[in-house]
Write a protein that binds this ligand. Structure first.
Ligand SMILES: Nc1nc2c(ncn2[C@@H]2O[C@H](COP(=O)(O)OP(=O)(O)OP(=O)(O)O)[C@@H](O)[C@H]2O)c(=O)[nH]1
Ligand SMILES: [Mg+2]
Ligand SMILES: [Zn+2]
Length: 360
């Protein structure tokens, strides 16, 4: 397989050339399940495992390969396996905070060119959730498109499109019906040979159905949503990178139960450009838009230019991001300690090895 068709470009080439040796080659991760990977390279498709050193040296989850990563591999011909020795730097990544109490980054997918934020126009429709997804996507160094799927079950899709455009901060909005195969052609503008599109959204929004439309076959399993609330049943269970017949690359993702933010405050500003613009006219540069006099953001709410629910949503995300920032600082200090300990243990091992060598 030609690497360019898999998304290889000058950026990866440059980094690969810096570490190139005769027995390693680049490959792209297409699936990853419990540390068993599937990779594509010039050799075709192979199963791969992590080299012990890569796992040992990783100081966090985000340093392990994910779907979309370009990795360097060595062939273990005896076992018909490839061994992943390293990860090439990522051009982009889409991350969330891991679920649960730990403050750790979970990279969902790497090296993506576009994110399709997929929403159903049925019971899945939720403006506040779209704003949350947008904030996550703004952090990723990637362009996004908001897809509003299931126009066939929505009598007022034009109204919904306008509502979403009003909160999308310039991110394009595309309405379609995957079931009726209507509007799919609008996606061709973004699906380009050698470029990678990640599909993100809640379960049941129709990610796999859209991918099947693009593939022209029922490759991805799809499943009905619950009748009483239109929620999906988590039919897709693992991420997968798929090459379309026309050459575009898509990544199907399992529906996200929750997407906790892993972002910094500039991402919030990018997702709420209107509030950021109103704030320029607040009397105080550091206005929190609470009790301060001459607050242009509160003024915008009063004169109807800003929906108070949108502002409440913004404040909630801002609070979450600020809390995350303080947690991140603590974790950073803790991780630095672990790295130092690992270095010391490595140095001790080397000294012991050296001493053994010269013992008679
Ligand atoms: N009415 C209607 N139903 C659709 C449309 N697209 C998908 N569906 C249905 O929505 C349900 C969920 O579709 P999936 O493609 O499995 O959704 P998903 O986003 O991949 O869900 P997970 O894999 O669970 O994350 C299925 O019953 C689909 O047939 C559409 O355009 N209109
Ligand atoms: Mg699916
Ligand atoms: Zn203000």
């Amino acid at each position: 397989m030609d690497l360019k068709e898999l998304g290889w470009n000058d950026f990866f080439e440059k980094h690969f050339n810096e570490i190139k040796t005769a027995d390693i080659q680049p490959a792209r991760v297409t699936t990853s399940q419990r540390e068993i990977y599937c990779i594509y390279g010039e050799f075709g498709e192979l199963r791969a495992e992590l080299a012990g050193k890569l796992r040992f040296d990783a100081s966090s989850l985000s340093e392990l390969p994910v779907v979309g990563d370009w990795v360097t591999v060595r062939m273990d011909r005896g076992h018909g396996l490839a061994i992943i020795e390293g990860i090439l730097p990522r051009i982009s990544k889409l991350s969330r905070k891991t679920t649960g109490k730990t403050t750790e980054e979970q990279v969902l997918v790497a090296n993506i060119d576009i994110i399709f934020l997929v929403n159903g126009l049925d019971g899945d429709y939720n403006l506040r959730r779209i704003e949350r997804y947008l904030t996550v996507a703004m952090e990723s160094n990637t362009k996004s498109v908001i897809l509003l799927n299931k126009t066939d079950v929505c009598p007022d899709s034009q109204v919904k499109i306008a509502e979403v455009e009003a909160v999308s901060s310039g991110t394009p909005v595309c309405a379609l019906s995957a079931m009726k195969n209507e509007g799919i052609e609008k996606l061709n503008e973004y699906i380009i040979k050698g470029r990678t599109v990640a599909f993100i959204g809640s379960s049941g929004a129709g990610k796999s159905t859209i991918i099947n439309c693009l593939l022209g076959e029922e490759r991805q399993k799809v499943g009905a949503v619950r009748e009483y609330d239109d929620r999906g049943k988590h039919i897709t269970t693992h991420r997968e990178l798929i090459i379309l017949p026309g050459g575009g690359i898509v990544i199907d993702n399992p529906g996200l139960r929750e997407i906790q933010l892993w972002a910094d405050e500039p991402a919030l500003k990018d997702a709420f450009t209107d509030i950021d613009t109103f704030a320029l006219n607040c009397k105080f540069g550091d206005c929190a838009h609470a009790e301060e006099p001459e607050c242009a953001v509160r003024g915008a709410i009063e004169n109807g230019s800003l929906d108070p629910k949108r502002f409440q949503g913004y404040l909630k995300l801002q609070k979450e991001l600020r809390y995350l920032a303080t947690r991140k600082e603590k974790v950073k200090a803790h991780n630095a300690k672990i790295v130092t300990e690992k270095r010391i243990s490595k140095a001790i091992k080397q000294i012991k090895k050296h001493n053994n060598k010269y013992q008679f």
